[in-house]
Write a protein that binds this ligand. Sequence first.
Ligand SMILES: Cc1cc2nc3c(=O)[nH]c(=O)nc-3n(C[C@H](O)[C@H](O)[C@H](O)COP(=O)(O)O)c2cc1C
Length: 365
Amino acid sequence: VVEKLTTSLGEYERRARGLLPSELFDRWFGSRDDPLWLTNTNNVDGYDRVFLRPRVLAAEPAVGLSTAVLGIDVDSPVYLAPAGAQGRFNPEAELASARAARSAGTIFALSSASTYSMEEVREVSDGPLLFQLYVLKDRGLTSELVKRAENAGYAAIIVTVDEPATRSGERDGASNALRESRQPKGLKSHTPTTPFGNLRGTGINSEEDMLDAMEARLNWAVIDWIRGITDLPLIIKGIQVPEDARLAVDHGAQAVVVSNHGGHSLNGAYPTILSMPEIVDAVAGEAEVHLDGGIRRGTDVLKALGLGARAVAIGRGMYWGLAVGGEGGVKEVLDVLQEELYLACLFCSVTDIRAVDRTLVRLPR
Ligand SMILES: Cc1cc2nc3c(=O)[nH]c(=O)nc-3n(C[C@H](O)[C@H](O)[C@H](O)COP(=O)(O)O)c2cc1C
């Protein structure tokens, strides 16, 4: 069989880096081995510390990559993570990403801080959509966002809990030029005048306004309040330790996302892939466990599934695809991961990813 693959997420990263102003690239994605982005580097490197245990002589004619995520049938366990302000990278922004996810047969998660509104995204895609909620100090506005997501047919609410509305002064300092001019060179037409489509008319008109508007002191009572205002499935994103995973389940979450915000928040956090075993054990099958952070290869996806993930999400890979090729770029990024996952399954005699379990991986003692 001739390999169809001609590119990789690494290649997309290189191309995106070449296209984007360096302040923008560095502030949003960080660089490998930059001490300010240690958590991202560790997320990526974490996969090198997990090994596959390929079985042989167990092949069957077909390899199945489809699965169900919160009851939604998908063609691939890789979905698009909620990630804000995609209009900085392509004028079609989330419309392009949502379309790409739909044509790849997978889920698109829309950020609270998206360029386009949740209704506008729904208009261009009849595929499965999830809405990511940043809890705002204004609880009235917060519950309005949840109601709008329900009305627009979003399938679940992802509450992101690892973003205490603060910024690393050092990381921002390195990109002051970016903060001052909201229109980095070369991206003029891509920088929308109203940055947050979901928040038009609320007075939240800049990243600084958004940070001010966000609830910085979240607790489980807030989760209980959200649980009480919607019947949609609840996904808690930003879980990093088993104690919190357990609490999330006890507070009514249908899924947790093991995530450290792609290394955007705390420096020095544990690689998400290596947190999986203890978190999966704590959840004990009572909720789905998803993972994001550092997924760059199909083998990374397979390792995550082996450690108990129902699905994984990509952030940076989506942005790189968007910057390089809009909808087609995001689609190719999803296709590449799917193709790589398919090949990894062939090598490991996996015929149905839903049947993958911990016997597929080996963790060094
Ligand atoms: C530039 C950027 C913006 C992001 N914006 C959001 C956001 O608005 N909401 C959210 O829940 N997570 C956000 N994230 C985190 C992603 O959902 C995801 O956790 C992370 O990107 C996964 O790691 P990866 O980039 O290595 O794939 C953002 C990540 C990046 C890189």
